[in-house]
Write a protein that binds this ligand. Structure first.
Ligand code: G6P
Length: 477
């Protein structure tokens, strides 16, 4: 193990499955993991997370060395998963932050469990901290953890990155626990969001709810005698991971022969606007009959959070919507929509990105959206990106065809524009998009969000724990 970094997140880099006493490690797929994994691999250290295993006995915790960092597993009981993960994190914070208060389900009991699980993560993390360790906590599942660590270790350096949108204060305070969540986060020394809007929403919430003076320009809050720095730095991807050669997926080859392909790659989540995309595509087929039989919407729909009611309902509704469109426009030889309802590996996704004429993202609200960046990074030939204005990444990728996901009319128009776009224009906008993705890559994100902290870790006490003769990391140096 090299660096002195401790990363903590709910979902780790792997999910672990137990099979006849032996453990199977499967790479976990999420925006958080694809952004944080390269950083941890570069710097080294420990990653503490839940690996999806449910166990009532806390004694079975695993610690393994993988990819040159140490992975330490937290086990959760069924009750903890229901209260903390499904109940409060995904039943309150997730919909609130994505501006969907009608989806919120508030139960005091779930919040109590959320608090306890945050304490449990903090207690485990405390046993892994050494002098000079930089603690880096991630996402809305662990908002109270910085506070719990600060209570015990007042001098600990703590960074926190919030990966989803942060809503306006009027919405955030619908829940009775807003104040405690804000105080929890302010236990950190540095807090990151993807874009300025979220950073401002957070600062305004701190100002209104906690009545603390904040400096919007500098992004600083003085809290309990410390200065907390709040930054907006959108995550970037490691572009070289998307440039490799990948095999074909045979069953897809047959599906797409001779057709123009619109691609969608989403978890089956109600924030992703899958129904809206399908309705927009139906409008496109209605208005442009000449394209019937000549185009297809390939929609990867990854099952997610399947124990939660709203997700089960949503999955059913998406499939029903697609079936309706296939029935209305399709025939024996051609079905306009193909839903691919499973998990796809990175290699399979690269293949899909390369065969698509346009990637269509219609999220109703989306913290950033890394799929847009992955599409751009994977393509050998220019491709078209239709991108919801309501994604964080739309601020960076404004050379895309931006669309209002609530308007089927607009989606239909942009789909037509995408497949009729002249090559010169396609090339031009694609190279602008590519420039952004390459320039604002994973190293850029790490350096801009955490560079100073990492150097502090290197020059402070941390250096005494570094093995002699070890090389430091590229972008950080
Ligand atoms: C998305 C969000 C991340 C979040 C993750 C959780 O990828 O962008 O911020 O951490 O979902 O997914 P999970 O499958 O663990 O519920």
């Amino acid at each position: 193990m090299r660096g002195n970094l401790l990363v903590v997140s709910n979902r780790g880099p792997f999910t672990i499955e137990e099979n006849n006493g032996s453990l199977k490690y499967r790479p976990a797929v999420s925006g958080l993991v694809s952004a944080v994994l390269p950083a941890v691999k570069k710097i080294g250290g420990t990653w503490l997370a839940w690996a999806g295993r449910i166990a009532e006995k806390p004694a079975e915790v695993q610690a393994v060395i993988k990819d040159e960092f140490q992975f330490v597993e937290i086990l959760l009981s069924r009750e903890e998963v229901e209260g903390y993960y499904e109940g409060y994190a995904n039943g309150v914070l997730w919909p609130l932050c994505h501006l969907m208060p009608e989806k919120v389900r508030m139960y005091e009991e779930n919040y109590r469990i959320y608090r306890e699980v945050n304490q449990k993560f903090a207690q485990k993390a405390a046993t892994l901290l050494r002098t000079g360790t930089l603690l880096w906590i991630h996402d809305y599942h662990l908002a109270l953890m910085p506070h719990f660590i600060r209570q015990k270790n007042p001098w600990q350096r703590i960074a926190f990155f919030w990966h989803i949108p942060f809503p306006p204060v009027e919405l955030f305070t619908i829940q009775p626990w807003a104040e405690e969540i804000l105080r929890g986060l302010l236990g950190a020394d540095i807090i990151g969001f993807h874009i300025d809007d979220y950073r401002e929403n957070f600062l305004r919430a701190v100002e209104r709810v906690l009545k603390l003076p904040v400096n919007y320009e500098w992004g600083t809050v003085y809290y309990n005698g410390r200065e907390v720095l709040v930054k907006a730095v959108p995550i970037g991807i490691e572009t070289k991971n998307f440039q490799k050669e990948v095999p074909e997926i045979t069953e897809i080859e047959q599906e797409i022969a001779g057709l123009k392909i619109f691609l969608g790659v989403e978890r089956l989540d109600y924030t992703k606007g899958l129904k809206e995309k399908i309705q927009g595509f139906a409008r496109f087929l209605e208005k442009n009959p000449e394209y019937r039989g000549k185009v297809k919407l390939l929609q990867v729909a990854v099952p997610t959070r399947e124990n939660i009611d709203q997700y089960q309902t949503y999955a059913r509704e998406v499939l029903a919507e697609a079936a309706k469109v296939n029935e209305r426009f399709g025939d024996n030889h051609w079905q306009p929509i193909k839903i691919l309802k499973r998990n796809y590996s990175q290699e399979e996704l690269i293949y899909l990105y390369r065969i698509a004429d346009a990637l269509v993202i219609t999220s109703l609200e989306d913290g950033l959206n890394l799929v847009a960046k992955e599409y751009i990074a994977s393509r050998k030939e220019p491709g078209v990106l239709i991108l919801s204005k309501r994604t964080g990444v739309a601020r960076q990728l404004n050379a895309a065809l931006l669309v209002n996901p609530y308007s089927p009319e607009e989606i239909a128009l942009k789909m037509k524009e995408a497949i009729e776009m002249p090559d010169t224009l396609k090339k031009k906008s694609f190279s602008l998009l590519k420039e952004q993705v390459i320039l604002k890559n994973n190293e850029w994100w790490l350096e801009n969000f955490l560079g100073k902290e990492l150097r502090l870790m290197d020059t402070g006490f941390g250096k005494y724990y570094r093995k002699r003769g070890e090389k430091k990391v590229g972008a950080i140096d």
